[in-house]
Design a binder for this molecule. Structure first.
Ligand code: NAD
Length: 700
């Protein structure tokens, strides 16, 4: 008996209770007494069957992540040894599962003869999300229980399985609405009295037969499943391991699974993904916003502007079950905006990712208006009107007169000064930036822009709302473009010059896609529409020789069939266009630029390194509190490859001294500011990491 593991008897049934709050993770201090208890019960002739369950809100939710990278993680008894002990039982063992049985929790449960579950329980092997695979037999046992065809997507995606599906697929043997442990005891008794055969999962072969008979079919399923996981090692290893469950004897498959686990856990990708896991948790912690700062209640949201962003923002709130009042300038604009939202939901219904009922429920929470007075009962109002300071100020002025006291006023501005916007109201403490990313109903990132006067409880409310609408929040300070767009500008600064000096759009884009970005900057520009940047430049009195010339020629990108690339009718695949190459050569001649061969290394150095340099400046100025916050911004808002852990994590692996040296080289050669290494980057290069050089500070 221990504080973590207790055993009680119900007649000849032993009930083992695991109690390791908060989520009963498989810490060494739990494994040790559990192993001792199991061995004693196995050898106790007075015990006819064993039920294992957990105290608190869940079954074992996984490994103990605080043991990661410590000797305790693998210290005996490890999980694999515990499962072997369970599998040597010659009396029924029943796992009684409520809450979540994830990772090691599910692997342990699969060591039992039977699994029974609460109707709300969930099951899953989410290791792939940390760049790993289940390392205690999950890939070898799950296919035996539910069949390889179902185990493959479950393990490769890491997504949870509900109790109903688990029962239908054979992962669990019974599901109960209530009194789980009492039912589990009855289940064990019934198994005894019916003399149910006790077959360890390792010895079940029946569900493997179909896939074994058609390995070509199974390999085709693997290829299809891996299509969406481009560039990541863990999903591939998960699939290899499930395949081994079919082709290798059990113990050999188990040993190979372990070897894959070790290979992945030591690899850079898993390190990057584990870094991101902790980074995301840390980003939600903000200096000065402790649990004593209570968020304000947000029962209704207001959105101003039903354009691209306003519609998506409203949908995010509706998806989170928060009623929305959306305001437009005219009835026509409002109807158009609402029709767009409806259309987007209809597409989800068509694709089968949403029911008609769920769509109706969401649209039922939406009220449209053209009258500011209708925003009077909103607790949070987000403005998503044109990106012009005069328009923003006008809107905030009107809000100031209609919003109730204590309502939070937010701007979705991409670049403008949130402090100036706040100052246009009589309540700057209630104002902040909530910068969503397009499409706002899909993209996870939310930059929460803390103004100089933003009240702590306003910030706490924004963090709370972000969680309710399933966004990943990062608190940032006020500057032109905040964290993401500011770094993006540095990443883009050299693009035109690279073309003028000899590179082609396709060559530049290939460097980006080879790196793992979903798309290169020129293909991205064509997708978003080159006219947006063109109009923006004109309003700022700026020029870009090539992009301006393309727009002047009516080449706005995909929407006109031509941009930096040419697109065949109905196709989104960019094709190189000799006309664009001729245009680039002409512009280079006009500017007297001698064209030369540009290497992939040069393209990477002149785009990615300035982005890192800007990230360091963002840290230096306290615009981001931690380098890991910058990583979260880029992973969730800009498609930075997950397996590289975000720009700042990647930069440390790439080598900060090397980055400084190459920036100095380009600075010496061109004299351009984007290449001038920031002081913090230099310090980080000497100390070895951004964290050591910057510590953690406050985003302000
Ligand atoms: P948009 O042109 O698609 O929509 C703006 C909408 O606001 C229009 O429907 C317009 O009728 C309405 N509007 C303008 N003035 C108004 C007023 N006084 N009252 C009520 N409605 C008004 O623009 P968008 O792309 O949705 O951008 C909106 C804001 O979001 C801008 O500040 C932009 O910088 C920011 N933003 C845009 C993106 C993006 O990718 N599009 C991403 C993040 C942030």
């Amino acid at each position: 008996m221990s504080q973590y593991v207790t055993v009680r008897r119900e007649g000849d049934i032993a009930v083992v209770t695991l109690d390791n709050p908060p989520v009963n993770s498989l810490s060494h201090h739990l494994r040790e007494p559990l192993d001792a208890a199991l061995r004693a019960l196995r050898d106790d002739a007075a015990v006819a069957a064993v039920v294992i369950h957990c105290a608190g809100r869940t079954f074992i939710a996984g490994a103990d992540i605080t043991e990661f990278n410590t000797p305790r993680a693998t210290a005996s008894p490890n999980l694999r040894e515990l499962i072997v002990t369970l599998e040597t039982f010659t009396k029924p063992t029943v796992a009684a599962i409520h809450g979540t049985a994830f990772g090691g929790g599910l692997e342990l449960a699969m060591g039992c003869h039977f699994r029974v579950a609460d109707a709300r329980a969930q099951f899953g092997l989410p290791e792939v999300k940390l760049g790993l695979l289940p390392g205690a037999g999950g890939t070898v046992r799950l296919p035996r229980l539910i069949g390889p065809g179902k185990a493959l997507p479950a393990i490769v995606s890491g997504n949870p399985i509900g109790a109903k599906t688990a029962l239908a697929d054979g992962l669990v043997d019974a599901v109960f609405e209530d009194d789980l442990v009492a039912h589990a005891i009855v289940f064990a008794r019934d198994a005894l009295s019916a003399g149910r055969p006790l077959v360890a999962v390792r010895d079940r072969e029946d569900k493997l037969a179909t896939a074994r008979a058609d390995m070509a079919g199974f390999d085709a399923q693997i290829a299809e499943t891996l299509k969406k996981t481009k560039g990541l090692d863990a999903p591939k290893r998960c699939a290899d391991a499930v395949r081994n469950a079919l082709t290798l004897p059990f113990d050999e498959a188990l040993t190979t699974e372990r070897a894959y686990f070790v290979e992945l856990v030591e690899g850079d990708q898993s390190k990057a993904q584990r870094h991101l896991f902790f980074a995301q948790r840390e980003a939600a912690k903000v200096e000065g916003i402790g649990s004593d700062v209570k968020p304000r209640a947000v029962k209704r949201a207001g959105v101003i502007g039903a354009g691209t962003m306003g519609g998506g923002i409203a949908m995010s709130f509706l998806n989170g079950g928060i009623p929305v009042t959306i305001l437009e300038m005219t009835r026509e604009a409002l109807d158009r905006g609402v029709a767009n939202m409806e259309k987007n939901y209809a597409i989800s219904v068509q694709r089968g990712s949403m029911t008609e009922e769920a769509k109706g429920k969401r649209m039922g929470l939406l009220t449209g208006t053209t009258d500011y007075a209708d925003l009077a009962d909103c607790d949070l109002i987000i403005e998503a009107v044109f990106e012009e300071m005069s328009v923003k100020k006008e809107v905030f002025g009107r809000l100031d007169s209609v919003a109730k006291p204590g309502a939070i006023l937010a701007s979705n501005t991409s670049y403008l000064d949130v402090n100036e916007i706040a100052a246009s109201t009589a309540r700057p403490a209630d104002v902040l930036g909530l910068h969503f990313f397009s499409p706002a109903n899909v993209m996870k990132l939310l930059e929460i822009v803390r103004g100089a006067k933003t009240a702590p409880d306003v910030l706490a409310t924004a963090l709370d709302v972000a969680r309710r609408i399933a966004k990943v929040p990062v608190v940032v300070g006020v500057c032109h473009g905040f964290v993401g767009n500011r770094m993006l500008a540095s990443r883009s600064a050299e693009l035109e010059d690279l073309l003028l000096e000899g590179a082609t759009p396709a060559q530049v884009d290939k460097v980006f896609t080879d790196f793992g970005w979903p798309m290169g900057p020129f293909a991205m520009g064509d997708l978003a529409g080159l006219d947006i940047g063109w109009r923006n430049r004109k309003s700022l009195g700026k020029t870009a020789a090539i992009a301006d010339a393309l727009c002047e020629a009516g080449r706005y990108g995909q929407k006109t069939g031509k941009g930096f690339y040419i697109y065949e009718a109905g196709s989104r695949a960019p094709k190189s266009d000799p006309e664009v190459e001729a245009l680039i050569e002409e512009k280079a001649r006009e500017k007297g630029v001698n064209r030369r061969t540009i290497s992939a290394e040069e393209i990477a150095e002149r785009t990615m390194y300035p982005m890192i340099n800007e990230g360091a400046k963002v840290l230096e100025e306290g615009i981001a509190a931690r380098s890991s916050d910058v990583d979260i911004v880029w992973i969730n808002g800009y498609g930075f490859p997950v397996g590289k852990g975000g720009p700042m994590f990647w930069a440390e692996l790439e080598g900060l001294p090397k980055i400084v040296e190459r920036l100095e080289y380009w600075h010496g050669r061109t004299g351009k500011d984007v290449f001038k290494p920031s002081d913090l980057l230099r310090r980080a290069a000497t100390s070895g990491s951004f964290r050591k050089a910057s510590g953690t500070g406050k985003a302000a």
